[in-house]
Structures are given as structure tokens and as C-alpha cells.
Design a protein around this ligand. Structure first.
Ligand code: ADP
Ligand code: MG
Length: 398
């Protein structure tokens, strides 16, 4: 892994083709509402510039339908990048043409250029080789810092790397993600506890199956646990459930038994008489939800038990909220888990948090800095946890 790190290389005089994930949220006026993703790649950009490299940045935004689209231009990103770097950024709101090529050719050490939205080209998402070669012709080495796009076999995230067999590297953000994921999946300290939740079993099957041989404890929370509870013969009222996944749920529990995994389904639930923040609520046994009520969060007894499991673990992986945390009335379980995991980290436990909603919950609580590792890549991390090889990582390591 070391030889793939930009840390060990001096890029003075080099022309670096850098892929980042600048797919930031924007409001209706095209103002960036959260620049976290941009700031996360600043250490990589700064290192390359400080070395004296000319940096040509590739990034995507949204889902263009093919061809140039002013509404999805990276113009606002270029402007914000100038503010973050405190220097001018060469940017043309147009597809790669002679003018853009010449600007790339003339780019000097310490200067930055941002290419227009890389998904304006059909060849990008198709992973087209000739488009990748065209991109490669702009630089003399390749750095990938776009972990959020690492699960895509796209021209700028994977295919282009093959044009630089001896000159391809992970940026700092990507290296951090890869290191932590490898630590989690290979050689995790025991006991290793996975806490898996969220709304649907169907979106977590791959993760559950891949984790069974690796973990000691599996805590199954969130809406998806009701498919398990119903399959086990419990009464779940109107709680969210995937009836067609009940057999699978039972098969997963059997696999856990056979693998010696201790699994834990919360025993009490906070239920509501409708799906809203100000619904009437009560706490009941999770397998005895009355008709007309639905489960929204795990209850206090379950929180105490989950806390015990967390505090006795040396490695924790958490993906998927415990309840409908978007409603403050039903965020207690999720918040309590976040607090316990943060506390465990302070006692030396290694904890990884992944998944768009789980990470949002941890950030919302201001606890992200206290976790060992919070993944920046929603889909990419989940696919890694499913045991899939990520094209963006493989392309660099090969
Ligand atoms: P992540 O993005 O972290 O992988 P998911 O997308 O799988 O997480 O799940 C997040 C969603 O699960 C949230 O929108 C949350 O409201 C929902 N959820 C959690 N518990 C319940 C529940 N008991 N009933 C309905 N939805 C739930
Ligand atoms: Mg989600």
C-alpha cells in the first residue's frame, strides 16, 4: 500500500491528473450548501501543489443526460475551490476542446485546473477506453482521491489508471478509507460487533452475509429487524416489513447460529399510532406491537443491552440507524448508540461508521470527530462491506 501513497512521492514538475469527489449538494440558486467533500480532498490537492505539481482535477456533478448542461456545470465548484485554495483555478465551462487542451498543456507547477463535469461525456460512465486515453493524455500521472466513486468502473475513476501502470496513486482521503476498511475486514481485534440497521433487509443482505463469517456479535436494529421478528412469529402491527424476505431472514439467523455468531434483536420498541414526529407513543415488547401501531425506534431496555455489547467490543462496525431518527421523537435509540460507540472509541475500541443516513446521524450529533473512522463513501463503503472489489481501488493496486 505504501508505494501507492502520494506521501512517499515528490510531484515537483509533474502534471497530475487528479480524480476527486466534488459532488456537493447545491440549492436552487446553485449555491453549495455543504462543502465537506471538497474540504476532505484539500490535503491531497495542497500536497501536490506544495510539491510543485500542475494539478488537473476531474470531478462529476449530478446525473447529466449526456452532453453539456449548464444547469450541471462545475462553475460554482470552481469558484468555491478558488476560495478554499486561495488561488485562481483555471476552468472553462465547456467540453474538452483545443482551448482546454492547450490550457492543460500550459499549466505550470503550483497551478490548478478543473475540468468541466466529467459525466457530460458518455464515455465516462461506460468506462470507455478511448475516452480514458484522451483524459490520460492531459497529464503524466494519476491520483485518485474519489472514494465516493470508487465502486464505479468509470473512465476517470478506474480505466484511466491503467494508462499509468507505474504512476498511479491513492490520494490521502482514499488511502485513509482503504487502510481503515482493510483493518476492519482483515485482522479486526475481537470481539468484533456489527450493528446493522436501516429500513430494509433487502438493501443489507449482502452485508449481513459477508459479515457472518467475520464477526462475533451481530446487532440487528432499525425497521429491518421487524422482518426478522415477524418471521419468528412475532406480532409487528403496521411496522415496516418485507414479507418476501421472511424466509431469507430465518436463513440468515440459522447461518449466524451455525457460524457461532451471537445475534441480538432488540426486545422492546417505541411504537407510534402514525408515522409522524408528534404521534402518540408507547413502549412495548418488540414482538407484541398492537394492530394500528407501528414501531419507530428501539426501546430503553434494548438500548441498555446494546450498550453492554458495544462496551465489551474491540471492533465495531455500524451501518443503519436504529429508528426513524429524522423525527427527533424517534432519534433516541440512534443517538444512544452513537454516544456509546464514541465512548467505546475513547477506551481504545476501533469503530467504523458507514452509510449515508448513519453518517448523517453521527454528524448531526456532533460525534463524528470522536469515532475512529467515519466513511465518506456511502455506496462505495457498503459495496466494500458486501465483499465486492471496488474498481477504483483495484485499478490503483493492480
Ligand atoms: P444508511 O444510509 O446509513 O445505510 P439506511 O438507508 O439503510 O441507512 O436506513 C436509513 C433509514 O432507515 C432512515 O431513513 C430511517 O428513518 C429508516 N428507519 C430506521 N428505523 C426504522 C423503523 N423502525 N421504521 C421505519 N424506518 C426506519
Ligand atoms: Mg440510506
Amino acid at each position: 500500500m505504501n508505494s501507492n501513497s502520494i506521501k512517499d512521492v515528490n510531484f515537483k514538475g509533474r502534471k497530475v491528473l487528479l480524480r476527486v469527489d466534488f459532488n456537493v449538494p447545491m440549492d436552487d440558486h446553485r449555491h453549495i450548501t455543504d462543502d465537506t467533500r471538497m474540504r476532505e480532498s484539500m490535503p491531497t490537492i495542497q500536497k501536490l501543489l506544495t510539491d510543485g505539481a500542475a494539478v488537473i482535477i476531474m470531478a462529476h456533478f449530478g446525473r447529466p443526460k449526456g452532453g453539456f448542461d449548464a444547469a450541471l456545470s462545475l462553475g460554482p465548484v470552481a469558484k468555491h475551490l478558488e476560495e478554499l485554495l486561495q488561488k485562481p483555478v483555471v476552468f472553462f465551462p465547456e467540453l474538452i476542446n483545443d482551448k482546454v487542451r492547450e490550457a492543460a498543456r500550459n499549466l505550470q507547477g503550483g497551478e490548478v485546473m478543473l475540468l468541466e463535469n466529467i459525466r457530460f461525456y458518455e464515455g465516462e460512465t461506460k468506462g470507455d477506453e478511448s475516452f480514458a486515453r484522451e483524459l490520460a493524455s492531459l497529464g503524466d500521472c494519476y491520483v485518485n482521491d474519489a472514494f465516493g466513486a470508487a465502486h464505479r468502473e468509470h473512465a476517470s475513476t478506474a480505466v484511466v489508471a491503467r494508462c499509468f501502470p507505474h504512476d498511479k496513486y491513492f490520494g490521502f482521503l482514499m488511502e485513509h478509507e482503504v487502510r481503515n476498511l482493510e483493518k476492519l475486514m482483515h485482522g479486526a481485534a475481537r470481539p468484533f460487533t456489527a450493528i446493522i440497521g436501516g429500513s430494509k433487509v433487502s438493501s443489507k443482505i449482502g452485508i449481513l452475509e459477508n459479515l457472518i463469517p467475520k464477526v462475533d456479535n451481530m446487532v440487528i436494529i432499525g425497521g429491518m429487524r421487524y422482518t426478522f421478528t415477524k418471521a419468528l412469529g412475532g406480532k409487528i402491527g403496521n411496522s415496516i416489513c418485507e414479507d418476501d424476505k421472511m424466509d431469507l431472514a430465518l436463513a440468515l439467523l440459522k447461518k449466524m447460529d451455525e457460524a457461532g455468531v451471537q445475534y441480538y434483536l432488540p426486545t422492546d420498541s417505541v411504537i407510534a399510532d402514525n408515522f409522524s414526529n408528534d404521534a402518540k407513543t408507547q413502549v412495548v415488547a418488540s414482538n407484541a406491537v398492537p394492530d394500528g401501531w407501528e414501531s419507530m425506534d428501539c426501546g430503553p431496555e434494548s438500548c441498555r443491552k446494546i450498550r453492554e455489547v458495544i462496551m465489551a467490543s474491540k471492533t465495531i462496525l455500524w451501518n443503519g440507524p436504529a429508528g426513524v431518527f429524522e423525527f427527533p421523537a424517534f432519534a433516541k435509540g440512534t443517538n444512544e448508540i452513537a454516544r456509546c460507540v464514541a465512548e467505546a472509541c475513547e477506551q481504545g475500541t476501533f469503530a467504523a461508521i458507514g452509510g449515508g443516513d448513519s453518517v448523517a446521524a453521527v454528524k448531526q450529533m456532533g460525534l463524528a470527530d470522536r469515532m475512529s473512522y467515519v466513511s465518506t463513501g456511502g455506496g462505495a463503503m457498503l459495496e466494500y462491506l458486501e465483499g465486492k472489489a471496488l474498481p477504483g481501488i483495484v485499478a490503483i493496486e493492480q
